[in-house]
Ligand binder design. Structure first.
Ligand SMILES: [Zn+2]
Length: 466
C-alpha cells in the first residue's frame, strides 16, 4: 500500500496577511489537525539527511527522459542551490536545465515590487557564484504578480513558467465535499486559467516569454485528491496530453522530485503515451522551447498577388519552421498532408492558387497591437479597406484592440485564435513547433528541498526573508 501523500508547505503558516492566512487555514483544515504529526513523518520518508535519495530521484528522472532523447527542467530556490552546488552542477551536466525558483521558497504575492526585485537579484547572484546557467523563473506556488513580470524583464530572464492552465480531467461532482473544497482552493491558489488553443501557447509580454504550465500537477493529484496509484496519475496526465495534442499546444508538466518513485511511474506512462501519438510530440526543456519561440517570432510570410487567384509566397524563416496551408493548392512545389484540413509545405518560395488571398486583413483603424499578436501566433497579415474585405481569408476590424484588463485580453485573444484555427478559407501560417512536431511536452520539477535539513531551514528562511 502506498502511504498517503500530504502537502508540506508549512511555511505558509508564516504569512500574516488575511489572504495568505486563508490559504494556510485551508491547508490545515482540509486535512485536519490530527494529520499534522503524520505530515512531519512524511518529511523523513521523502528526504534523507544526505543528498543521496534526492540525487537518485533526480538521476532517475533524467534517465527516464534520456530514453526519449529529452531532458527535464528543474527549478530550485537559490538558498537550496547554495547548499548543494555540486549536486546541482552534476544534474545540469547530465543535460537537465536549471531555473530559478525564488531566493527562498516564498510566495511573491506577499512581497512588493522592490522586495521581489531584491530577492530575485540575490537569487541571480547565487546562480552566478555557483556557475549554474539559468534562463527562466518559476515562482513558488506559481505565485506571480504583475510586478513579478516587470522584475523578471528588468533582470533579463528569457522566460517565466507560472500561468496555470487547468484541464477538466477530474470528476469534481463525485468528490467528497472536503476534498472538493481543497481542490477548488488549490485552483484559486494557482490562479488557474481555462484551457484553449491560445492559453496553451507561449506568448511574449515585452521581452519576457510566458510559458503556460498545466494542472493538476503531482501535488494536486497525490495530496489534494488523494489519487495514490501512480498508474492512475499517469492515465490522468495522458488524458491531459491528449487534449493538448488535439489543440497542438504545450504541455508543461510540473512535478516535485521529492515524490520520487510515485512520479517516475506516472511519468513513464505519460511519456510513452506522448511518444505514441500519430504525429510527433516535441519533448523538450523549457529553455529550448523559449529559444524556439523567439526564433519563430521572427518568421514572416510575404504574399504577393500575381493576378487571377494566384499568389507568390516567400517564407522568411529557418529550416526548422513548419509551414502549413489550407484550402489552397501549391502549383510548383510538393506538399504533404498534415491534418485532415491542412498540408505542410517544405519549400520557402512557391506559387499558390486560391479563391482568396491566404492571409488575415486588418482595417486601417485596427491598432498595431492586433497585427503584432497575429504575427506572433504565426498568421500572415495585410492592411486593407472594408471594400477589399472579401478578397482575404478573414477581415478584422478591431478598433478597440485586444482589450484592457488581463482577463479581457485573454478572452479576446482566445476567441481570435479559435476563430482563425476553425476558419474554412484559404490560409497559410506557421505551425507552433519546430521540425515537424505537432505539440510539445516539457517535464519540469521543483526541487524545493534536497535534504531533511533543507526542509526545516525553508521555514526559517522564509521567515527571515520578510
Ligand atoms: Zn516549490
Amino acid at each position: 500500500m502506498i502511504e498517503e501523500d500530504v502537502p508540506l508547505h508549512f511555511e505558509h503558516l508564516l504569512y500574516r496577511d488575511d489572504r495568505k492566512m486563508n490559504l494556510v487555514a485551508y491547508s490545515i483544515k482540509t486535512k485536519g489537525a490530527h494529520n499534522f504529526a503524520r505530515r512531519l513523518g512524511t518529511v523523513f520518508t521523502r528526504f534523507g539527511f544526505s543528498e543521496t535519495p534526492t540525487r537518485r530521484t533526480l538521476r532517475a528522472l533524467v534517465d527516464t527522459l534520456q530514453y526519449y532523447h529529452a531532458a527535464p527542467t528543474f527549478f530550485i530556490p537559490a538558498v537550496v542551490l547554495r547548499r548543494h552546488p555540486e549536486l546541482i552542477a552534476e544534474i545540469a551536466h547530465s543535460g537537465a536545465e536549471i531555473g530559478v525558483h525564488g531566493y527562498v521558497h516564498n510566495d511573491y504575492r506577499s512581497l512588493n515590487k522592490q522586495e521581489q526585485h531584491e530577492q530575485t537579484s540575490r537569487a541571480i547572484t547565487i546562480f552566478q557564484k555557483t556557475h549554474i546557467p539559468y534562463q527562466g523563473f518559476r515562482n513558488p506556488y506559481l505565485g506571480w504578480t504583475e510586478e513579478s513580470l516587470q522584475v523578471f524583464s528588468i533582470l533579463g530572464f528569457a522566460y517565466e513558467s507560472n500561468e496555470a492552465v487547468i484541464h477538466d480531467v477530474i470528476d469534481v461532482e463525485n468528490l467528497s465535499p472536503l476534498i472538493r473544497s481543497g481542490y477548488e482552493k488549490s485552483l484559486a491558489l494557482f490562479q488557474a486559467i481555462p484551457c484553449n488553443t491560445y492559453t496553451l501557447r507561449p506568448h511574449f509580454e515585452g521581452s519576457l516569454l510566458r510559458m503556460p504550465t498545466s494542472i493538476p500537477d503531482d501535488e494536486m493529484l497525490f495530496d489534494r485528491l488523494r489519487v495514490t496509484n501512480p498508474e492512475e496519475v499517469g492515465h490522468i496526465w495522458s488524458r491531459v496530453m491528449q487534449r493538448i495534442y488535439d489543440l497542438g499546444g504545450l504541455y508543461t508538466l510540473n512535478l516535485h522530485p521529492e515524490r520520487g518513485i510515485l512520479c517516475k511511474k506516472a511519468l513513464e506512462i505519460l511519456l510513452s503515451f506522448a511518444d505514441n501519438r500519430p504525429r510527433p510530440v516535441w519533448i523538450a526543456r523549457l529553455g529550448d522551447i523559449a529559444q524556439w519561440w523567439k526564433e519563430r517570432s521572427r518568421f514572416r510570410l510575404h504574399i504577393t498577388p500575381l493576378g487571377s487567384n494566384h499568389w507568390q509566397v516567400e517564407a522568411v524563416c529557418t529550416a526548422r519552421a513548419l509551414l502549413l496551408a489550407r484550402h489552397i493548392s501549391v502549383e510548383d512545389q510538393p506538399s504533404t498532408p498534415w491534418t485532415d484540413k491542412e498540408m505542410s509545405i517544405s519549400s520557402r518560395s512557391f506559387t499558390v492558387t486560391a479563391t482568396k488571398c491566404p492571409c488575415i486583413a486588418l482595417s486601417p483603424r485596427t491598432p498595431q497591437q492586433v497585427e503584432d499578436f497575429l504575427l506572433e501566433q504565426g498568421y500572415p497579415t495585410a492592411r486593407a479597406t472594408e471594400e477589399e474585405a472579401q478578397e482575404f481569408a478573414l477581415y478584422l476590424d478591431m478598433a478597440e484592440g485586444l482589450g484592457n484588463t488581463r482577463q479581457e485580453q485573454m478572452r479576446l485573444r482566445s476567441q481570435l485564435v479559435e476563430q482563425i484555427e476553425h476558419l474554412e478559407a484559404p490560409l497559410l501560417h506557421f505551425g507552433c513547433w519546430p521540425d515537424g512536431n505537432h505539440a510539445a511536452l516539457a517535464i519540469s520539477g521543483d526541487i524545493d528541498s534536497v535534504t531533511v535539513q533543507d526542509f526545516f531551514l525553508r521555514i526559517i528562511e522564509v521567515y527571515q526573508s520578510k
